[in-house]
Design a protein around this ligand. Structure first.
Ligand SMILES: [Fe+2]
Length: 265
């Protein structure tokens, strides 16, 4: 009999209180409806759009998230420093320079199997940290000795850099999904060597917003060029991500499907 597929849900950037509300509303249902074995969520915008606090991170684990990924906003809340060095279920991008607090990958149990989760960050229109491609090679050399099922969150601004990472890792990991741009793309596919790919998972946050932010504030900043305080938009919230089914023996992805659920105001 064929081995049962491993089912992974990757959740797009959880933004502020609306995102947290959508997560706690939908995740318990999705866990049973889709028979999820592993849930990975990007949480770097959970604290009013900027970073994540230890309290929020603990809440995500309690709500059914198994591994939390992040990106450029991970350092926004100073109190996370003490947490990230102790809790390896909260990742920061692996290609931050060596000596940066926290880790960029982890191997966890998912049902009867082991799954590696790797967090990377792009460098195009972003801070010039270490090369994510070279770092991916380094991390995979280690992770692949433990498991062939590996999920990559590529946190990047440029579509091209995320696509390049998908092709670079095709056949070496099960999943490459992008985060950071907060708009879900419709390009989900299985690449030729068996890696599931999606350029951006989207936003788990306020619908009536500019990538999560109150539209008036974003418009004001674009029009004047002056700094102002960004706040999460209020009202209707949306849950976005993707479900990937993986052959746990080969690590090859079998299917990828985008998910979207809306909460009324
Ligand atoms: Fe980001």
């Amino acid at each position: 009999m064929a081995v049962k597929a491993l089912t992974v849900l990757c959740i797009g950037d959880i933004f502020g209180e609306p995102g947290r509300r959508a997560l706690v509303t939908f995740l318990p249902h999705l866990r049973s409806e889709l028979q999820l074995d592993l849930v990975v969520a990007n949480v770097e915008n959970a604290a009013a759009g900027f970073g994540v606090t230890p309290q929020l991170a603990r809440g995500f684990l309690d709500a059914g998230v198994d591994v939390m990924t992040s990106g450029n906003h991970i350092w926004d809340r100073k109190e996370i420093l003490g947490y990230i060095v102790k809790e390896n279920l909260l990742l920061r991008p692996a290609n931050y320079p060596s000596g940066t607090p926290g880790v960029g990958s982890v191997v966890v149990k998912a049902g009867a199997h082991q799954v590696g989760v790797l967090n990377l960050q792009g460098r195009t229109f972003m801070a010039s940290i270490d090369c994510p491609f070279a770092k991916a090679d380094e991390e995979l050399a280690r992770l692949r000795t433990e498991t062939s099922v590996i999920v990559v969150d590529m946190h990047a601004e440029a579509t091209s850099e995320k696509q390049a990472m998908g092709w670079y890792l095709d056949g070496r990991v099960s999943v490459v999904v992008g985060t950071h741009s907060h708009v879900q793309t419709a390009d989900e596919r299985i690449l030729p060597q068996g890696t599931a790919y999606l350029t951006d998972l989207g936003l788990t946050g306020p619908i009536d917003s500019v990538i999560g932010v109150e539209p008036e504030l974003a418009i004001q900043r674009f029009r004047t060029g002056m700094p102002n305080r960004f706040e999460p938009a209020k009202g209707r919230a949306r849950f976005q991500g993707a479900v990937i089914r993986i052959d746990p023996e080969s690590g090859r992805a079998l299917a990828i499907e985008r998910i979207q659920r809306d909460l009324p105001a």
